[in-house]
Each structure stands twice: as C-alpha cells, then as structure tokens.
Ligand binder design. Sequence first.
Ligand SMILES: Nc1ncnc2c1ncn2[C@@H]1O[C@H](COP(=O)(O)OP(=O)(O)OP(=O)(O)O)[C@@H](O)[C@H]1O
Ligand SMILES: [Mg+2]
Length: 274
Amino acid sequence: MTACHFSANIGTEIEDSVYGRRKQSMIRLEDISVKAVNGDSEIDILDNISVSFEEGKFYCITGPNGGGKTTFAKVIMGIIKPSSGKLYFNEKDITESDITERAKLGIGYAFQYPPKFKGLRVRDILKIAAGANGDMEHINRSLTNLGLNPEEYLDREIDGSLSGGEMKRIEIASVLLKQPNVIIFDEPEAGVDLWSFDELINVIKENHNKNGGITIVISHQERLLSTADEIVVICNGGVQKIGPAHKILPQIKSDICCKFRDVCRGDEDAECDR
Ligand SMILES: Nc1ncnc2c1ncn2[C@@H]1O[C@H](COP(=O)(O)OP(=O)(O)OP(=O)(O)O)[C@@H](O)[C@H]1O
Ligand SMILES: [Mg+2]
C-alpha cells in the first residue's frame, strides 16, 4: 500500500478567556500509522499519514468503505492510539493525551455508530454534553433543530429502542451542545431520511458559520461534499487526494481509488497506466 503525504492547514480560532482575544489553533498529524493484528499477520489500517489542514475551513473526508476514515477520526479523538507518529493540537504534542483531555481541549467526535447507554435517558446525555451553560431551553432547541420533538424524546432511554436515525440525531445534538473547536461528524447522514438530509446539512453548516473552528465531516454524499471548502480522500489507509471541492469532486466522482495507484504513486505528473 502506498501512503501519500499532503499538506494543508486545519486550524481554528478559539476564545482565549484569559486575554479576551481569539487565537489560532491547529490539528496536525505527522507520520501517523495504525496497525492491527489480523490472524497471523499485521495489517496497516493507516499508513504514514501526514496531514494538517487550513484555518477555519469546512472539510469533508470521503473514500471507499474500509479505507480508514473512521480510524483517522478516532485517532484525532484519542479513541485509537497510533502505532507510530505524532498528533499536534496548536503545535502541542497530544499523541499521548486521552479522550477526556482532548475533549477538554475542544475536540469532539460524533460516532458513525453511536454507542448505546442503557439506563441513561436522552435528557441525561444532553445535560452532560451541555455542561454548566446548558439550560433546558437550549437543550430542547438542539433536539428541535434536528427534527426531534423534545417532549417525545427527552425521557427515552438510549438503548436499542431508538431507531438508527434517532440515535444519530441525538448523538449529533449532544456533540453540538459541547461546542467543540474541532468537530468531527462520522457519516452524519447514515440512517437519516432523505427528507431530513438538507436540514441536517443546514444544522452542521450553521454551527460552523456561527462558531467557526474546524469542522470535519466524513461523508459519501455528493450534496455534502459539494458544500465543503476542502475534500480529503482517504483510501487504502492513506490520504489519496486533498484540495478544494471544485477540483477534487469531479475527480472522485469518476475514480475514487485507482487500482494502478501503486504504479503512479499518486504523482500528478506520472504517466497513467489505466
Ligand atoms: N481492530 C482491527 N483489526 C483488524 N482490522 C481492522 C480493525 N479495525 C479496523 N480494521 C479494518 O481497517 C479498515 C479501515 O476501517 P475504518 O472503519 O477506518 O474504515 P472506513 O473508511 O471508516 O470505512 P466505512 O466507509 O465503511 O465506514 C477496514 O478494513 C477495517 O475492517
Ligand atoms: Mg467509517
């Protein structure tokens, strides 16, 4: 498998409460690899990824199933520890920081498959997410914005009785309530019906426009990808392409993961053997 090295800058401005001004923060991955044992052999799930992204932009990550997108997101959130490489937030090495420490720094992740919490109600999860600033009006609005009636859902248990789409919406509401500086949505559209999809895009976009920061959405949906500032294509555990949506989208529509990639190594000037 060939790893690709691309660079842009992912950054955000966060409120500096001490100095009363805004300052820039960054996420930068340097030579990140994730290995796993599969039977008798070791496999590379992420292979030497070096990527950093530009200040304040809205990113979409896409690529074929099994390419490594969720693993990439979980490495940023601290759910998966890389086997090698470094991760920097604001140029501070956070490779060894755990999920709690990263959440405190303002990194948030909405799972592709939200976990169930038997015994906890929607109200409990949203109150925890909203923290000290979260009054019920704010919490109710977060559900309404995602098309869920608070009266119907606040007392529901987060167990198998919620539908897949309902779980996704509640998960997204809870991550938005945390108001992270760096927010990653893993396939937010999964399980959400077509009628609600535009609304979902609006909520995510509005959050980005209002709060700024880094928004990274993992998605296969062209309608979402076309709204991104930048698209990152993750394929075979590497970053295959990164660039402005208007340049990358036409390319990935025809060819997400070329089987001759190992020959040309992704070099734009290389002869194409297809
Ligand atoms: N612990 C593990 N052991 C072995 N293989 C793993 C492990 N974790 C992930 N993988 C494999 O790594 C690859 C990348 O998984 P990942 O979930 O990151 O893909 P993805 O790009 O998010 O795919 P999708 O679009 O289907 O969500 C997959 O082939 C997956 O089966
Ligand atoms: Mg995934």
